[in-house]
Design a protein around this ligand. Sequence first.
Ligand code: UTP
Length: 297
Amino acid sequence: MPKPVTKAIFPVAGMGTRFLPATKSVPKEIMTLVDRPLVQYAIDEARAAGIEEFIFVTARGKSALEDYFDHSPELEQKLIDSGKDDLLAELRHTYMDSGQIAYIRQHKAMGLGHAVWCARRLIGDEPFAVMLPDDVIAAEKPCLQQMVEAYAETGGSVVAAMEVAPEKTKSYGILDVSEDNGTTVKVKGMVEKPAEGTAPSNLAVIGRYILSPNIMSHLDNAKEGAGGEIQLTDAIAKEISSGEGVHGFRFAGERYDCGSKSGFLQATVAFGMARPDLRDDLLDFLSDITAIQAAAQ
Ligand code: UTP
């Protein structure tokens, strides 16, 4: 039985340029999907998977994110006084126990690999999860929980993967597969953003990882890779070359790239439709607006 995964790193130090000007003052991870910030979805998913320690790699301008997890005694008292028990429960759901959450600064946005490496001392010699909150996954069983179950069988490292169209492979880390067992695949290589026509498969890695602590040593002297950034993909590729097991995991669920405007809008519609209190209104609006668009064409 591999060591259990109880720590997760949330790299949130990126500048979120695709959402400028909003991200000038609002961290991307605080942006709201229906009524909760992106980061809350990631935290809920992590908790469901048994994560007990939450490590945020942050940067300048992200203090709203730290405040979000703080307790709010005045707000709490107001909700108690007004008997708004549902909202009170929602509010308390966002609280983290003292000592459960840690913040590390990435002083310069040098890439995802570098952000993960910034948390090395808090990880020590244990396996850990990495979760990118801008990848939001709608799934019956939360994605990280599915991965933890797969990891209990495979050990080593497990990365979440999904099939993408061949012309999209250049935007992702792509797996080179040595053995395809359906839900899990054994990986013999991994390449970040391959040039068009050179991708070893169309199996793309998305923002959920369970990683062996060896990855931190691979990141120790990491050089810049694709896009001039220190890439997590390159460290995972080193792990594969050193003979350690890395598996891709085809998760069950729908992933929304909330780091892009179009993905965020799609997620807003999908998550809105999944809410019984919003579904009918939203559906009416969508059919009206589609009819108007169709008539105008
Ligand atoms: P992205 O590639 O989405 O970059 O990072 P970004 O800065 O967040 O957004 P854009 O492209 O400028 O719009 C993927 C994840 O890696 C984190 C980001 O916060 C995001 O969760 N990251 C990226 C870091 O923590 N540090 C970095 O140096 C780079």
